[in-house]
Design a protein around this ligand. Structure first.
Ligand code: ASP
Length: 324
């Protein structure tokens, strides 16, 4: 008995010592979408800002893309809970449970929530050769081409899929969803004219809109954006799609069971990154809004995701979309 308690004490002491030194080796941020896309971009900028607070260790980005983010998310659920493998992902955490008949993880119980990072609007964009020059013209074009339109997305569970789903159920154009492993390959194909439309985050569409490589028609937020480049784009609501609103967000997670001091260190590093002027400037330049409210805290982050699950589940179920 005595020997057991000494062993337990020693183990507890070792964990505390490990946490004190944390991190002593590179940390991996698993990004469940392809490199060069919006989630990847947020992860890379965040990693740069957070490593300053984490003994300057390297933060490696692992793009475990596919199946609308469920592959990379599952990878982190199965990883050792030591703080060295984390997940940077988006709204898919709250839409996947309704979209997939079965998932190899439970969003509510298989992760430690480490804080929300940002809120990001989306934009409705098209291939550059599409003849419509504003939303009214696009709407006419959609009606004329009903059943023949290819709408890209980053897989079932991605934000672009959610946005496309809402769009198609609002305008009933019977569009064909074309899934990719992330926004980066979807935008390349949009620019090349292989697909017609895409609804995706401003973090990646802004640059393409500015370079006139794609056409932009509307934003998905309830209000117009303030970013100079996008401020003249109408909202989908004012364009006639009543109640249409999608704002996506990114958050940081670890596998369930992180040592408490490791989780605190990671959350503290996240919160100082969210105050880092360089990080804020980069995010604002891309139309994203860095979280300043209490969703930076694990408990509020978890409550927010639970509220998002409750919000999106009935909408997704009503749209009748699901996968195995
Ligand atoms: N923006 C993508 C999505 O539609 C994912 C990505 O490539 O970051 O969810």
């Amino acid at each position: 008995m005595k020997r057991l308690s000494i062993a337990l004490l020693a183990a507890a002491g070792m964990t505390a010592a490990l946490a004190q030194g944390f991190p002593t080796k590179p940390i991996t941020f698993v990004v469940p979408f392809s490199a060069g896309g919006p989630t990847d971009r947020v992860a890379r900028d965040l990693a740069e800002a957070m490593r300053k607070q984490l003994n300057d260790v390297t933060i490696v980005i692992d793009n475990a893309a596919g199946a609308g983010s469920s592959i990379g998310t599952a990878k982190v659920a199965r990883a050792p809970a030591d703080g060295y493998t984390l997940l940077l992902t988006h709204i898919g955490m709250s839409t996947m449970p309704a979209l997939y008949k079965s998932l190899p993880f439970k969003v509510e119980s298989d992760f430690d929530y480490l804080g929300l990072v940002n809120d990001v609007p989306m934009t409705l964009i098209a291939r550059p050769s599409l003849e419509a020059n504003n939303y009214a013209e696009l709407s006419k074009w959609i009606t004329a081409n009903k059943g023949k339109i290819n709408l890209g997305n980053a897989g079932l569970g991605s934000a672009s899929q959610l946005c496309g789903l809402l769009l198609d159920s609002a305008i009933k154009a019977d569009m064909t969803p074309v899934p990719y492993k992330g926004t980066a390959p979807a935008i390349s194909d949009l620019i090349g004219g292989q697909i017609d439309l895409l609804c995706d985050q401003t973090t990646n569409t802004s640059g393409q809109i500015e370079a006139k490589k794609v056409k932009a028609y509307a934003v998905t937020t309830a209000q117009r954006l303030k970013t100079p480049l996008l401020k003249d784009l109408p909202t989908l609501q004012e364009s006639g799609l009543k109640g249409f609103e999608v704002t996506i967000w990114h958050g940081l997670y670890g596998p369930k069971g992180l040592p408490a001091d490791v989780a605190t260190k990671i959350n503290t590093a996240l919160k100082s990154a969210l105050k880092d002027p360089d990080f804020i400037k980069k995010q604002e330049g891309l139309g994203a809004v860095v979280v300043t409210d209490n969703r930076q805290e694990p408990t509020a982050h978890k409550a927010f995701v639970a509220a998002e699950i409750a919000k999106w589940t009935p909408i997704i179920k009503a749209a009748g979309v699901s996968a195995d």
